[in-house]
Design a protein around this ligand. Structure first.
Ligand code: HXC
Length: 262
């Protein structure tokens, strides 16, 4: 399956995508470029960015890569200002940079908990705030990538679930504060997406098999599933959608309500 929307859906738009060099956010970047959007990607590591930047350019759009840790407001401000100057503004922001590992709360240090909150939640705040003056200029769209982890008591994920619940809360607050400025703020909560760092880090053979059994659609997600949802939320097709977090997980998180079968 590949992104399904008409070409040029995002023509003349500029998107800034944190964590855009790899995984889900690389997929979003490539899909946006395929629909005519100029794209800037950020990451902590230049080696995660350069191959994707070159792929983006090969799709005929302008593409820039900036190294910035979303935990560092000064570095974020510098990168966002450079992107706006080089690409002539920012219309779409995807907050995708995230960190995670499995650790029971009993074994997790305060710094371990805080590190994930700093990347996922404070990072989303830092980049959104830095991008706001640019998003205001033409009106825009923000998409915060969260997770379904906080919907249930996901063991070993106290840090990431708390951070992602905070991200969903931030989505709703900013939707209200920034809607009057012409900026829609929404979220996407992906389920397990095959081939990504998150699935590599968080699933074993057993939990993968369990997800396949329990998901009503009988499969893991693909990067294109998330890219398609992002295209929708970022485009005019979603012009009256504000403050929602769209779950894209095949119905997997609802598994707790199943009473028939395994
Ligand atoms: C317990 C751990 C740990 C682990 C790190 N820590 N890994 N504790 N178990 N496996 C603790 C460290 O001991 C330290 O605390 C603190 O966390 C900071 O660790 P550092 O390694 O110094 O941090 P840093 O180098 O900044 O790395 C950040 C990171 C790392 C999040 C810890 O894993 C990382 O950079 N990951 C890359 C990105 C990533 O994770 N991508 C996957 C996202 S998946 P102390 O107390 O010792 O100082 C995702 C999807 C979720 O978000 C949804 C899936 C369905």
């Amino acid at each position: 399956m590949s992104p399904v929307f008409q070409p040029d859906l995002l023509k003349d738009k500029v998107a800034l995508i944190t964590g855009g060099g790899t995984g889900i956010c690389r997929g979003i970047a490539l899909a946006f470029a395929a629909h005519g959007c100029d794209v800037a990607i950020t990451s902590r590591k230049i080696e995660h960015l350069e191959p994707t930047r070159d792929e983006l350019k090969a799709r005929g759009v302008r593409a820039v890569a900036k190294v910035a840790d979303v935990r560092e407001p000064a570095a974020v401000n510098e990168a966002v200002a450079a992107v706006a100057a080089e690409l002539g503004g920012i219309d779409i922001l995807i907050n995708g940079a995230a960190g995670n590992f499995i650790c029971l709360a009993e074994n997790l240090s305060s710094n371990g908990f805080g590190t994930v909150v700093d990347i996922d939640l404070k990072g989303t705040f830092n980049v959104s705030k830095a991008a706001l003056p640019h998003l205001k200029v033409r009106g825009g769209s923000v998409i915060n990538i969260s997770a379904t982890l906080p919907y249930l008591g996901t063991m070993g994920q106290s840090h990431a679930a708390a951070a992602k619940a905070g991200v969903d809360s931030l989505t709703r607050t900013l939707a209200c504060e920034w809607g009057p400025l012409g900026i829609r703020v929404n979220g996407i909560a992906p389920g397990p997406i095959d081939g990504t760092e998150g699935v590599k880090r968080l699933t074993s053979g057993k939990s993968r098999a369990s997800a396949l059994t329990q998901c009503p659609l009988g499969r893991l997600g693909t990067v294109d599933d998330i890219a398609n949802a992002s295209l929708y939320l970022a485009s005019e097709a979603a012009s009256y959608v504000n403050g929602v977090t769209l779950v894209v997980d095949g119905g997997l998180w609802l598994r707790s309500a199943r009473i028939l079968g395994e």
